[in-house]
Ligand binder design. Structure first.
Ligand code: ATP
Ligand code: MG
Length: 256
């Protein structure tokens, strides 16, 4: 059975999508079978995996509304080496449409259970909110990966996320835990970032991943080519860091 991880942080632009697609590509590179699930109506993780969000017959929206199965909706990304369950703007409507249905927070869990045996990892790219969509992600996950920039306000947003995760853990999903905080867009020349990074380590100890993702322009350029940095330029510092992170994740799940 696959281990399922949400990449979540309700703060926008912190590197969720970059982390999801590059971790997926890194895991694929080291031989893991991966399904990448785009749970954000922006569809950035879909496009960033070389799948055109405007040309999909079925998306995760259809899966959530039980109009298609994951097997029907997923697309292989040949260049990237993993499968993609894509999203586009349509998904924004699911938020409203799901309000009226039963087991609305468990729809994704039920759908993924069917294909779980086909993968080692299922990675879910969450939108920048603690919405019904994110809740669906959290309900089916074994763990949450929280990318964060080492900035002054980073810890503030973390409190809301931690409380949400605690509530989901208590009421909906006993498996759920924060697997780790991933320091991203890190620049060691900025003293404040080094200080915040040290604070994170002191506070959260082994909940902070050893791997640190540096700020690296190749990671930012890659999406315009429809590729994760790991595939676009494997030699770049940022790409190497994500492959190292993939190896760290493989080690982590052995202990789960
Ligand atoms: P949203 O909340 O809108 O979904 P997000 O949390 O998914 O955003 P990303 O889209 O991954 O964040 O990243 C935000 C921006 O930062 C993008 O332009 C991305 O290319 C850039 N970026 C992410 N990680 C890095 C990095 N390590 N080095 C340089 N640029 C990065
Ligand atoms: Mg994103």
């Amino acid at each position: 059975m696959a281990k399922i991880f949400c990449v979540a942080n309700q703060k926008g632009g912190v590197g969720k999508t970059t982390t999801t697609v590059n971790l997926a590509a890194g895991l694929a590179k080291i031989g893991q079978r991966v399904l990448m699930v785009d749970l954000d109506p922006q569809g950035n993780a879909t496009m960033g995996s070389g799948v055109d969000k405007r040309e999909l017959k079925y998306t995760i929206y259809d899966v959530l509304l039980e109009e298609a199965t994951v097997a029907e909706a997923r697309m292989p990304s040949e260049k990237c080496g993993y499968d993609v369950l894509g999203a586009n703007r349509e998904l924004a409507g699911a938020e409203v449409e799901l309000v009226a249905v039963e087991r609305r927070e468990a729809r994704l869990k039920a759908a993924l259970a069917v294909v779980s045996a086909e993968y080692d990892f299922i990675l879910i790219d969450c939108p920048p909110s603690l919405s019904m969509l994110t809740l669906n992600g959290l309900c089916c996950a074994n763990g949450v990966i929280v990318p964060m920039q080492c900035e002054y306000f980073a810890l503030e947003g973390l409190t809301d996320l931690v409380n949400t995760i605690k509530q989901v853990h208590a009421n909906l999903n006993k498996d759920l835990q924060i697997i780790g905080l991933l320091r991203v867009m890190f620049d060691p020349r900025i003293t404040l970032q080094v200080q915040v990074s040290d604070q994170l380590k002191a506070h959260f100890a082994d909940k902070v991943f050893n791997t640190v993702i540096p700020r690296n322009v190749r990671l930012a350029e890659a999406p315009s080519y429809g590729l994760p940095g790991v595939v676009f330029d494997g030699a770049a510092k940022g790409s190497q860091a994500y492959v190292a992170f993939a190896a760290e994740m493989v080690e982590r799940i052995k202990k789960m």
